[in-house]
Design a protein around this ligand. Structure first.
Ligand code: PLP
Length: 425
């Protein structure tokens, strides 16, 4: 599509947007009594209108049935995690039995490492992306130590070339090949939280397997943002959170994928709890752990109903729209943002987009490297109604989200950015 620079064009795109009705299904925070320009869906997605009702239903269920709520009502708590499987599986390209919603992301990452990071004296190294989200760095570091290795030796970080911000796939694959005799695990983000780069997950998985390693992904910034195919790509395991692109509210539950070739192997080492024990005997309280089949066999505790209910409300929207329709709008809206910023650069501004230019290598987020006045620029636009994200030293991250952002949001953001730049000189 050929984009144009005027406001009418943005309004026309909104008018013709097949997903335009979804914006009204979300609550958009206000600034100065006007709906904000909310671009933080990559950090905390907005609240669906119907979430409150889903939570209230669970409070009612508790009030009505007490403990019997485990077995009564529309969504009995005993089976609660089942109500997510089909919908979550579609979001991450898995079979329903390969996914489970439980705990939170960092906890799940450790649980997966218990099963999939099984280092030996000679094969113990982990390859991860340099500059990964701190929680992932700490998890890898402490897992290596836990097994008696020095993280400085055990962890290999893939780094961009000098003068570049993003990783090149060929360099990642070379690094895997180079360490193939000592590699236990390749653990990568799906989309990097800082640059917004979507890694070539299928190629990385193939290379990791060829090197004899397990391959896992952290999809915190990928789930609900880009279409992934965890099953077909043969990924061993993956984890994600639901409060970013999946709008499940602060501290919302995590999700886990375990490929079926592992999920149905009861001998795979794991840390168990009663909720992962085979369901028919769960309340018999007997000795001897027998895991449920699939990812559900990694559950520890009974479902956290009050954080899972909002997730269900949001997943229903995803299910209705479908990830392909979301992706289609997402590509167009992010390309539009990219276009408007580059148009300003042609006119003499210097906003440097560090996210890959190719839509196949990014989701909806763009990360913009600002100049020296970046922080004041960010404060200026924040006061005028933008909610975006500032990362030291001078990057503004923003994510136009196809479910609730409009093209006019994008237009107004760029107009404010330019206004700020001109006001601050
Ligand atoms: C957001 C994010 C987390 C957060 O972890 P929690 O356990 O949910 O607090 C971890 N890793 C990555 C890559 C993230 O983007």
């Amino acid at each position: 599509m050929n984009f144009e620079t005027h406001l009418e064009f943005a309004r026309q795109l909104d008018e013709n947007d097949p997903l335009k009705s979804y914006r009204a299904q979300f609550i958009i925070p206000k600034i100065n009594n006007k709906p904000s320009l909310y671009f933080c869906g990559n950090s905390l997605g907005l609240q669906p209108q119907k979430t409150r009702k889903y939570l209230e239903n669970e409070l009612d269920q508790w009030a009505t049935y007490g403990v019997e709520g485990h077995f009564k009502g529309d969504l009995p708590w005993m089976y609660y995690h089942h109500f997510f499987s089909e919908k979550v599986a579609k979001v991450v390209g898995a079979k329903p039995s390969e996914v489970v919603v439980m705990n939170t992301l960092s906890t799940n990452l450790h649980l997966m490492m218990v099963s999939f990071y099984r280092p030996s004296a000679t094969r113990y190294k982990i390859i991860m992306e340099g500059g990964a989200f701190p929680s992932d760095q700490y998890a890898m570091e402490t897992q290596a130590r836990f097994h008696g290795f020095d993280p400085a030796d055990a962890i290999i970080e893939a780094k961009p070339r000098a003068g570049e911000e993003c990783l090149r796939t060929e360099d990642i694959l070379d690094l895997i090949e180079q360490h193939k005799d000592e590699l236990a695990l390749v653990m990568f983000g799906g989309v990097n939280y800082y640059t917004g780069q979507w890694f070539e997950m299928e190629k990385i998985t193939k290379a990791g397997h060829a090197a004899g390693a397990q391959v896992g992904f952290d999809l915190a910034h990928a789930a609900g943002n880009v279409p992934v195919k965890l099953h077909d790509w043969n990924v061993d395991f993956a984890v994600w959170c639901s409060y970013k692109y999946m709008n499940s509210g602060p501290g919302g539950p995590g999700g886990v994928f375990v490929h079926e070739r592992h999920g149905n192997n009861p001998n795979l080492p794991r840390f168990a709890g009663w909720w992962g024990h085979q369901e028919k005997d769960r309340f018999k309280m007997k000795k001897g752990f027998i895991p449920m089949e699939g990812a559900a066999g990694w559950q520890l505790s009974n479902a956290q109903i009050f954080s899972m209910a909002p997730h269900l409300s949001s997943l229903e929207i995803f299910d209705e729209v479908g990830i392909d329709a979301l992706r289609k709008k997402s590509i167009q809206m992010t390309n539009y943002l990219d276009f408007l910023i580059e148009d300003q650069n042609k006119k003499g501004k210097t906003f440097n987009i560090i996210t890959p230019k190719d839509s196949a290598q990014r989701g909806c987020q763009l990360s913009i490297l600002t100049g020296e006045n970046g922080k004041s620029l960010f404060e200026y636009i924040s006061e005028k109604g933008v909610i975006a994200d500032w990362r030291e030293p001078n990057v503004i991250r923003l994510a136009p989200v196809p479910l609730y952002n409009s093209y006019e949001d994008v237009y107004q953001f760029v107009a404010l950015l330019v206004e700020a730049e001109e006001a601050l000189g």
